[in-house]
Design a binder for this molecule. Sequence first.
Ligand code: PBG
Length: 310
Amino acid sequence: MHRETSLQVSDLIWPLFVTDGTGVEQPVASLPGVSRWSCDVLARRAKAAAELGIPCIALFPNTQADRRSDDGAEALNPDNLMCRAIRAIRDAVGDGIGVLTDVALDPYTSHGQDGLIDDTGYVRNDDTVEVLVAQALNQANAGADIVAPSDMMDGRIGLIRDALEQAGHANVQIMSYAAKYASAFYGPFRDAVGSGGLLKGDKRSYQMDPANAAEALREVEMDIAEGADSVMVKPGLAYLDIVRAVKDRFDVPVFAYQVSGEYAMIEAAVAAGAGDRDALVLETLMAFKRAGCSGILTYHADHAARLLNG
Ligand code: PBG
């Protein structure tokens, strides 16, 4: 009776990794329990997720090595893995589940950075934004419901919004990774999309300093002004103060990403006999809701959905 916060299946977004082939299920070593799936398997799992009541899935491609390049041009290929995955899900589930797509170049670049780099390896903001706009359009054309720029370039939300409107995609939403920190919690994800081994240096010239909170509010403010429909804070548990600050200050849905390293920590605790999976999953997800999240991206989404459905 006195409970202040609720956690529901409709709060969950399930991030999924896509790979080439048919009937493929490739475990990701650093993410026990998570696999890369080929489009056919992915479509079946998306259907099952819809049946569990999960409202949305987030797609990340593991692009073949020979399709990666300095300029990440594969991101603009209308038949790339991401676009094929979107179409496979649409064929299997129709509009029964939302499809959220990642806008950033790291799954497509040979250097693993999210944007175009200069001779020194520095990521060039404005040139990158031009490519991101084309990438977002490519995903919208293939049927994405929500494009989610995770690159942290400045100015991309406004330009993507304009391009979507002009191309007749007025109903495609933008969920901005507005406050994304340069974090040590992304390691397993980089393994999953195959960019980890390629990455030289770090992403600190565009992702945020974990020491900063006021800057997160400035980033969120800019993205809302440019037309973001919702904003995201990432990683999750270590940044719930940022979620709360954004929620208190702005009237916009706030999401958080319980990222790969957070998932791996829970699974490692379970494997070590240091905690109970079900309890850890539900407690951490409830903490996101208590902090003010409208929803959570989590690799435990299907597990949590089964628990919540009893
Ligand atoms: C990159 C991207 C990353 C994640 C989502 N999109 C990693 C990074 O910034 O290097 C991380 C998600 C996770 O760790 O689960 N565009």
